[in-house]
Design a protein around this ligand. Structure first.
Ligand SMILES: *Cc1c(COP(=O)(O)O)cnc(C)c1O
Length: 423
């Protein structure tokens, strides 16, 4: 095992990591249900769903079957099509807000954001406004690690200074007030309207994460601001993009976060839980008005993107199986139950020194500290409770698989509190 770790350290990049690596990643030898088995024989309950993705846990029979039974291996999507991709796309059209009718199957969340931005630019060209090339967003967001996606990430958290001179300059409004419910902050809506008004002549679209800002800070905001954004987009003919890559498929307590507001965007990106975490795939859905503009001669005559692994049949099959499994189960009840256990279990963290806020929405639990987490100490505390957590910046957070039993969620909550104590 030390050899594996040595080779890993010498040759293999990990997310946002240095080379050679400076920390020892845990070696996973198996993963079943909500448990990760480590090479040293320990078992950890997964508090992270492998970054929002593994909503059904690991090695789920229905998802395993989708990959094993006579699946077609990858065939190119240029000039060819197949049942898995078409069935997946039509299923996504059925379950997302009604105006979204057309689906671009991308190979990762970041790429779906690139595609969404292209849709915005091509839309404006088709309407005779080629000078409208900037995106509006609010601070505190995270949309991925490719360049267009990074350009709309929070300027501080997204390390824009590192890419200075290369990154497109976007238009940033303030971060939305951090409150899912409570009195409606109309001043913030007015701020959004003023920013859009000021830049209307150069804006192509608006992109935000609805209701939950994930990797940008795990902040929740009022769905009412999404209605304000819908009005603003309509007023200036901007394409409204919702990034539901983290929030999609039930995580926030509604099937999509847009459903909290009853607002339909013009473009919606989904990913992460789309395949239940089995394979990499994402999608950008759009309205018929957007599709028509993109397809117009002046808009480009088609959507100018086409990855090699577009519509991968294996990923499509497992995505379809994952969505069907979700809809077959009482996902809403499962998410509510997880939220209740997290709410009770995380409450003691409020009393800890150094804790700024404790919040739960859907099946997401967050403890925010007033200082950066001592990650090794926090992770060691979680591991002592038999739980896998991955804190970042000043946040210790969890989004358990929906299939987690109440006692597993309670154990995760204890581990979060212990991590907040030690970290
Ligand atoms: C993870 C994430 C992305 C990027 O998706 P990748 O598959 O990692 O490229 C974009 N937006 C949000 C909200 C995300 O959580």
């Amino acid at each position: 095992m030390s050899t594996l770790r040595d080779l890993d350290r010498q040759h293999v990049w990990h997310p946002y990591g240095p080379m050679p690596g400076r920390t020892d990643p845990l070696v996973v030898t198996d993963a079943r249900g909500v448990r990760l088995t480590l090479a040293d024989g320990r078992e950890l309950v997964d508090g992270m769903s492998s970054w929002w993705a593994a909503v059904h846990g690991y090695r789920h029979p229905a998802l395993d079957a989708a990959l094993h039974a006579d699946a077609v291996s990858h065939v190119m999507f240029g000039g060819l099509t197949h049942h898995p991709a078409v069935e997946l796309a039509t299923t996504l059209v059925e379950i997302t807000p009604a105006p979204l009718q057309h689906v671009f199957l991308a190979d990762s969340g970041s790429i779906s954001i690139e595609v969404a931005v292209k849709m915005c630019l091509q839309y404006q060209r088709a309407h005779g406004r080629p000078g409208r090339t900037r995106m509006m967003t609010w601070r505190g967001g995270y949309h991925g690690d490719t360049f267009a996606a990074m350009s709309v990430c929070d300027p501080d958290g997204g390390m824009h200074s590192l890419w200075q001179g290369f990154l497109p300059q976007q238009v940033f409004a303030d971060a939305p007030p951090a409150a899912y419910d409570g009195p409606h902050d109309t001043a913030f809506d007015e701020h959004l309207a003023a920013v859009a008004e000021q830049h209307a002549g150069e804006l192509a679209g608006i992109v935000v994460e609805p209701v939950v800002q994930g990797a940008g800070g795990m902040r929740f905001h009022s769905p009412r601001h999404l209605r304000a954004l819908r009005e603003i987009a309509d007023r200036h003919d901007l394409v409204l993009v919702f990034d539901e890559i983290a929030t999609g498929f039930g995580r926030t307590g509604e099937l999509f976060a847009a459903d909290h507001a009853g607002v339909a965007p013009d473009v919606m990106c989904v990913g992460k839980a789309l395949t239940g975490g089995y394979l990499t795939m994402a999608a950008a859905l759009c309205t018929t008005a957007v599709a028509a503009a993109v397809s117009d001669e002046r808009g480009g005559g088609g959507l100018m993107h086409g990855p090699t692994f577009m519509g991968n049949p294996l990923a499509s099959r497992v995505a379809l199986a994952s969505v069907r499994e979700l809809l077959r189960r009482d996902w809403r009840g499962e998410v509510e139950a997880i939220g209740e256990v997290l709410t009770a279990g995380l409450a003691p963290a409020r009393e800890l020194p150094g804790v700024r806020d404790v919040r739960v929405l859907g099946a997401i639990g967050v403890v925010e500290l007033d200082h950066d987490v001592d990650v090794p100490a926090a992770q060691a505390a979680a591991e002592r409770h038999g739980v896998w957590l991955r804190p970042f910046r000043n946040l210790i957070y969890t989004m358990p698989p929906f299939v987690s039993a109440p006692e597993d969620v309670a154990r995760i909550a204890e581990a979060v509190v212990a991590a907040a104590t030690d970290g």
